[in-house]
Design a protein around this ligand. Sequence first.
Ligand code: KG4
Ligand code: ZN
Length: 339
Amino acid sequence: MEQNCYILGIESSCDDTAAAVINNGKILSNVVATQKIHEEYGGVVPELASRAHQKNIVPVVHQALRKANIDKKDLKAIAFTRGPGLMGALLVGTSFSKSLALGLGIPLIDVNHMQAHILAHFIEAEGQTAPEFPFLALTISGGHTQIVKVDGYFEMEVIGQTIDDAVGEAFDKSAKILGLPYPGGPLIDKYAKEGNPKAYPFTKPKVGPMDFSFSGLKTAVLYFVERETAKNPDFIAENRADICASLQYTIVDYLMDKLKNAVKLTGINTIAIGGGVSANSGIRAALHGAEKRYGWKTHIPNFEFCTDNAAMIAIVGALKYKEGVFAMNDVVASARMKF
Ligand code: KG4
Ligand code: ZN
């Protein structure tokens, strides 16, 4: 590869406006503006997300270039999230990237957000090692829950996915029922540490061996809490840690069941996780346990590359640039983009 190959990555698929600069696999800057406005609504409001992206995108890109200590004229290409995601949000990043690439006379690279979560493992950074092909990727976040068989950088097949809510939604919606603010996943994780995971049994929904369903779990939590609160109005406050620990135990156990099925069915035992829920201490501990117990090789990216970020868009940009795979200038955002 050329000596210096600066590529700008731009991410705007949901509620994070992000920009990053990569140079030959190494991230020089990784800037994220997380939109706080949604907290008041207990979830992402698409129209507000688009407006916040419009407001944030120029300062975020400026900051990414400044932190990388380069000028926009040094850029070789611009990689942007084409989809999947919220249409209005994607449009902001797509139009911005197209205009900037056109203005600078450099190529444009379209990136699939889900592939980027997986390829984030190939960022060269302290604390993470790239998985060897083939591997299984479990992408778990507020928007996604998938098991993907990965045979090469761009040879990916979705072999399991949620039929309704994403796992992050199961965390966030249950947290809301427990009166916790959005996003409640990290708080459930925090309270779970002090609780008994076996205190309350929640049933694991039955679907295909590698698929997921989370909407029933949220309803089960709602009925359970309503029933107990009718008997004792302070039930949640008095038992928060046990409820959180039991819920987290059920979710992690369910994710691990599906991974075990995927390992059995594919014969692949290298596992790489990604997405915001990878921060969960329960899933991290379960994966470490599986290394010892089943001999799996597991990979968890650094936290800044797990949640929505532009470094993962930039690494895909770098990989595609190397192969000379560029987008046409009439490329459009795609809310339901597939691999
Ligand atoms: O990848 P991400 O930042 O955004 C997308 O949804 O794409 O993931 C955010 C999700 C939220 O649902 C949040 O509650 C969840 O990740 N999350 C966690 C933890 N940290 C973040 N869920 C459980 N335990 C955590 N420690
Ligand atoms: Zn994501």
